[in-house]
Design a protein around this ligand. Sequence first.
Ligand code: CU
Length: 443
Amino acid sequence: MFSRRGFLGTAALVGASAVSGRVQAASIPEAAHMDKAVMQPPLHPIGGPDYRPVVTLNGWTLPFRINGDWKEFHLVAEPVVREFAEGMKVNLWGYNGQSPGPTIEAVEGDKVRIFVTNRLPEYTTVHWHGMIIPSGMDGVGGLTQPHIEPGKTFVYEFEMKKSGTFMYHPHSDEMVQMAMGMMGMVVVHPRDPNFRPVDRDFVFVMSTYRVDPGTYLPRVNEMTDFNMWTWNARVFPGIDPLPVRLGDKVRVRIGNLSMTNHPIHLHGHSFAVTCTDGGWIPESAQYPETTTDVPVGAVRVFDVLADNPGDWAFHCHKSHHTMNAMGHDMRNMIGVSRKDLAKAVGKLAPDAMVMGQSGMAMGNMEMPAPDNTLPMMSGTGQFGPIEMGGMFTVMKIREDLARDDYRDPGPYQFPQGTVAYEVASPAAEPARQPAMPAHKMKM
Ligand SMILES: [Cu+2]
């Protein structure tokens, strides 16, 4: 790595004086393309300063080429088919074959040239959220540049002034284009490799969709009632786990381009938010958390020492955000006897299911669903149904993972005697308040 870096570093210096601005932009770099929604291994730098690359949950990093002292990237805005989880594919708009688009990775001080080709049926732009760049590179259609018409390629050129975690998305027919999934993350590594280094570095962006059961296209005019709560346009059990080696310092970078906030919770650890899309938080201002709220249009980055081995749930704490498409208008029937109702309904619709008298656990139930529709709650662990969907995955902390190994290590082998267990003897009947008669309950 170091000898190669040294070699390319020299080459870059030689080329530097020969290349400047618009002259070289004529030759457009090849656009890399991704055909699957699986986390790709970290992309180690081919030139320029060294850094420990990130991995993107169910995503990838956009390769770049070096041209003189510029790093050149090529984004292609285009319609894509994204699999949310096995059994559900959605027609979205994205970049280079997937939605969200690939993560763009660079180093503080880098000069980057990002080509954007528009293969959508309408115009677009790319806005670089949170980045300190010249106004004319900010990508606000009409305000700072003409919109990029279908078939055209525009170039953005700027210096990565500030390290941190940022986002990109259109500022052009935004309501439609963001509801269709046009977004991605930008990670700028500090120039000083000793500034808050970590062993593993994960990144993803949160987005939400309204895809009615049995359909294949998000309803782009939805304002509030979303039913697919995604991390990198994936839902549980389709979201990659986060494999981590015991003792690793881990960074998780989370962007939110959905229309609501998401309180993100990690089990078994406490962490500190170390960075936002505004910059690094000084150590004196950090405090321990187990949940951090990620507001709309913002990035939160937390660092955690993975010192507790196991399978640790990692999820949004809004319980409806860990479910897939469902009817939200069901009433709470817990404690209500509905024998007579079930009889009456059964006569009219023999397949109907009256549910909810003792809760709504569905782990062992199979319900018929329309095509292209995921179960509301699903996933199976080594002890039974997990009953989750949406924004849920697992951080898997193991002793024996190799440095760049991000493969799923499988279920945790719990040391004997460390799992909650059933006792044989029956417990005494607890004192209870008498239940209120059903006809007095207001629902
Ligand atoms: Cu949420």
